[in-house]
Design a protein around this ligand. Sequence first.
Ligand code: PBG
Length: 341
Amino acid sequence: MDWQSAATGRFPATRLRRNRRHGWSRRLVREHRLTADDLIWPVFVHAGQQRREAIDSMPGVDRLSIDLLVEAVGGAIELGIPAVALFPVTEAGKKTEDAREAVNPNNLVCQAVRAVKAAHGNSVGVICDVALDPYSSHGHDGLVRDGDVANDETLEVLCRQAVVQAEAGCDVVAPSDMMDGRIGAVRQALDAVGLERVQIMSYAAKYASAFYGPFRDAVGSAANLGQGSKDTYQMDPANGDEALREVALDWDEGADMVMVKPGMPYLDILARVKRAFAAPTFVYQVSGEYAMLCAAAERGWLNRQRAMLESLLAFKRAGADGILTYFAVEAAGLLRQGREV
Ligand code: PBG
């Protein structure tokens, strides 16, 4: 029987349950697999030494001082996680209207990058966010002029921010600000100072989402943003085609990798992006998704490990080449023990 008649076969000749009967057979026909190679671990860094601080809305996630970060990254490497994404918690006193701390070559994230690279070299990739929200007193990702986030003026600061991060040794800069033209501008700025080998992971299709709430608690930008919203620069959750335009522009401007964010509510976007461009596509399982799964698991409403692994595998099936997830270390630990889903 050729494949077409097999595919149109009818019960009882066709029984899809046959392949599912035993574990060995399910393993044979499994289409997608999650491995530690797929995981990028986002970590929050704060000032001090030997300082670890829990984040209420993200149970199991801690803010770490640089020394503890270096240790934790060692653990992640040991589990086979290829890259970490660092997010600084900026002291309130260092936040200003113009977010100038963002371009300080000795700011917290640059110190963290130097420490991680000094300890671990190229056994791990280090990714830094490019956006002004950790540093701005108003909590926006760009400069505010007359009540609006000023696109072109912001680009200049983002370029300087990307350069100081790259000079500190980060491998990948990840613009998450959603200004127009930022990928091209950052690429040019890096190339102009001889940093043409630094990769750009663009937060290309980044939606104005309620699911970032716990992250803003974690980095302490929630209070700064207050009632403000990012609707004038992040994407409208109602739009799908527009994501393809965002991604197309970013490839054109020189992105090495693109990302869709959030993850689970936007699997359709992830699948469309991967299908349309067949190029390195990442997804961010954001703080609110993490918090939801943890909260349900804490109440005994979901099995934490199974729900975690299933959510991550779903990203692979939808087309992700890699996943930024706060579960990275826990998931890699389970995978090491031979757990699948
Ligand atoms: C900063 C940034 C945000 C996230 C990553 N980078 C928050 C935002 O845009 O407000 C969210 C990550 C998460 O929720 O886990 N621009």
